[in-house]
Write a protein that binds this ligand. Structure first.
Ligand code: CIR
Length: 265
């Protein structure tokens, strides 16, 4: 009988939807009523999709003082060699990072962005050894310099990209593979990513570029069927998830988890 190698274990750290979720930060969207129970149900379904993809879920608690903490991606960035705990650009979000750092410590050595640097994980796009970081309303060049210094010993190159009109770099571009990006070229010019193949979102779905790449599949918001079809036609296994209540808070699919590949330290 052929030897069977079990797949490498992955962990997804998530954070529950805060009772104060409806008081989230908003930058480019207007406030509309949010159904917190529905947001919780959608978040549960999102976690189920991650479990189906082979991730073990570690869910952190969230207090009423942390409306946006479900968007855990902004509190840290996880690489194979280390995790970087951020200093979020929105002051209201700075209390989120302590528990995230504690949760990451068993998995990776942890480094931390310090003042005056500000960085949201949603601005960090890693594709292989290339890391693009959005200079945005949340992320500044001081933090990017810190991140570059942390990653240099591990042979990552860090490149700045100007972000305008959307909250984060990954609102406009995410990686489908180490050399292929899904992008809204109206928001970020594809020329910022030399050496990459860039697939455009469907023009009718400007916010569809945020997809979560897991081992053999892509988690995609259900509200973007045309872009999902484009991805499926290219041979991707596409898993649609309904994140409509999370989208009202300017969130998407990468922002609700920190994916940790492989075993602990
Ligand atoms: C915020 O403004 O911080 C939240 N309401 C949304 C954060 C979404 N984060 C992400 O896409 N990485």
């Amino acid at each position: 009988m052929a030897a069977h190698t079990p797949p490498e274990s992955w962990t997804a750290i998530t954070r529950e939807v805060s009772p104060a979720f409806a008081s989230c930060e908003l930058t480019h969207q207007s406030r509309v009523p949010i159904d917190v129970d529905r947001a919780r149900a959608q978040h549960d379904a999102y976690e189920n999709a991650l479990e189906d993809a082979g991730c073990r879920i570690e869910r952190l608690a969230a207090g009423a003082g942390m409306p946006d903490s479900v968007f855990i991606e902004d509190a840290a960035v996880v690489f194979d060699e280390l995790a970087v705990v951020t200093r979020p650009g929105a002051e209201s979000r700075r209390t989120e990072t302590a528990a995230v750092g504690e949760a990451l410590a068993p998995h990776r050595p942890v480094a931390t962005i310090t003042a005056p640097g500000t960085l949201d994980g949603g601005d960090v796009l890693a594709a292989g050894r290339r890391v693009f970081v959005g200079v945005s309303t949340r992320t500044n060049r001081r933090a990017i310099a810190q991140l570059r210094a942390m990653l240099a010993p591990h042979r990552y190159t860090v490149c700045e990209v100007e972000v305008r009109g959307v909250l984060h770099l990954k609102s406009a571009v995410t990686a489908l593979a180490d050399d292929v990006l899904l992008i809204n070229p109206e928001l970020i010019p594809a020329s910022a990513f030399t050496g990459f193949e860039c697939l455009a979102v469907d023009a009718a779905e400007p916010m569809a570029a945020n997809v979560l790449r897991l081992r053999d599949r892509l988690i995609v918001p259900k509200s973007f069927p045309r872009t999902a079809e484009r991805l499926a036609k290219r041979g991707h296994a596409v898993v649609p998830v309904d994140v409509s209540e999370l989208q009202k808070a300017e969130g998407a699919v990468t922002c609700c988890s920190l994916i940790i590949k492989g075993h602990g330290r």
